[in-house]
Design a protein around this ligand. Structure first.
Ligand SMILES: NC(=O)c1ccc[n+]([C@@H]2O[C@H](COP(=O)([O-])OP(=O)(O)OC[C@H]3O[C@@H](n4cnc5c(N)ncnc54)[C@H](O)[C@@H]3O)[C@@H](O)[C@H]2O)c1
Length: 356
């Protein structure tokens, strides 16, 4: 059986100090469990809601609760500020933290519009601080394993990627999100667009998007989408989501498919089915060069949540230590993902294909 290379590369030194800004759901359910498993050092935490910061600190044995963002940013034991606040708050947090010269890991989406995202990146560049975005799907064990197969040439020329997501998403868990005019692409499929860019190493030339919701559903923005990305040559990628498939687990699907001239991969992202409990992930692949006509199945360790959250932080730490030139999901790279997100909304509005 082929040994697949899919685990995140950790920094040589593990003593880089993390200060967390935001003690909400994702920090408690994903950042901190992942960092604990990896052995990262969280030095302190701040939240506008002091009680939440206190509770999270107690739960994860974080030694310090700061009374202000300035205090966090100024703490000499903190080298990286890990920001997980609503996107509308991110630019303001960056102003303080970048001003203090600290590196940042920012949650996706970097901003709710492209202009603000570009202003945030310009601000970070003016302070010469390193910053990355938490697009952790790239570090999902199955996405990494797929990238390994592509890198070894075992899939041949990759010409088709599809994300087929037919699930029953409990949007009511995020009441604030249902009020947004832009939901699925900006907050969910952004991960797929980023993973497609990662796996193909290419930027599409054109994009078509259609967004809608379920009849009678009261969300303001789109909760079902069809995205189609055309690249140079024969390469195409499609994202199909419907978050209203509420007829039990049978008939649901949550899959990344990658097809090449010499092989194919099917990755099941189990978390999205029966969320937030999830079902098991899956990873199946076939390569003519390995075992013609045979599909192989491999158990990969870890999952998209929380394990993949190690990746963006490890990559930022490595860049900060000079082990790599830039974090893999550097803010500059993330603008290219956001360009696709906002092209999708332009396409939805106009009903036309957007040339990129
Ligand atoms: N990468 C992923 O897969 C993923 C998953 C879920 C959420 N997210 C992102 O993470 C961010 C947080 O999401 P969440 O679900 O934890 O939200 P949440 O509402 O549970 O938590 C946000 C926290 O930020 C605090 N906060 C707000 N403004 C602040 C400020 N200016 N300074 C300090 N604290 C502030 C709030 O008090 C709250 O505790 C969002 O941007 C969301 O899009 C990413």
């Amino acid at each position: 059986m082929l040994e697949l290379n899919y685990k995140p590369v950790l920094p040589a030194r593990m003593d880089c100090g993390i200060g967390i800004c935001g003690a909400g759901g994702i920090v408690n359910d994903a950042h901190l469990p992942a960092y604990r498993k990896a052995g990262f050092k969280v030095r302190g935490i701040f939240d506008l809601d002091g009680d939440k910061a206190e509770q999270t600190a107690a739960r994860y044995e974080i030694p310090k609760v700061y009374s202000s963002l300035e205090e966090l940013a100024g703490d000499p034991v903190v080298q990286i500020v890990d920001v997980a606040v609503p996107a509308t708050q991110t630019h303001g947090v960056v102003e303080v933290v970048a001003g203090a010269g600290k590196a940042l890991l920012l949650q996706k989406p970097l901003a709710e519009d492209l202009e603000t995202a570009r202003r945030t990146v310009a601000l970070l560049e003016s302070h010469r601080v390193l910053a990355a975005v938490n697009q952790q799907l790239r570090w999902d064990p199955g996405v990494r394993a797929c990238s390994d197969l592509i890198g070894r040439g075992l899939l041949g020329e990759v010409y088709n990627l599809s994300l087929l997501i037919f699930v029953d998403t409990p949007w009511h868990l995020w009441g604030w999100l249902k009020e947004k005019a832009t939901i699925d692409v900006l907050y969910h499929s952004i991960h797929y667009l980023d993973a497609i860019r990662f796996l193909t190493g290419a930027q599409p030339e054109r994009l078509y998007a259609d967004g809608s919701t379920c009849p009678g559903y009261d969300a303001r923005g789109e909760t079902r989408v069809c995205l189609h990305l055309g690249f140079a040559g024969q390469l195409r990628a499609t994202v199909l989501t419907n978050h209203h498939v509420a007829f039990g687990l049978e008939g649901q699907q949550s899959e990344l498919r990658v097809e090449g001239t010499e092989g194919a991969v099917i990755r099941r992202l189990g978390l999205l089915m029966n969320y937030p409990k999830g079902v098991s992930d899956g990873f199946r692949y076939t390569c003519r060069g390995l075992a013609k006509g045979q599909w192989l199945s491999t158990e990969l360790e870890g999952s998209w949540f929380p394990d993949a959250f190690v990746g963006p932080m490890a990559s930022l730490m490595r860049a900060l230590a000079g082990e790599i030139a830039a974090p893999e999901t550097a803010v500059q790279d993330n603008l290219k993902t956001l360009e696709l997100v906002f092209a999708a909304y332009e396409s939805m509005r106009s009903g036309q294909v957007v040339r990129l």
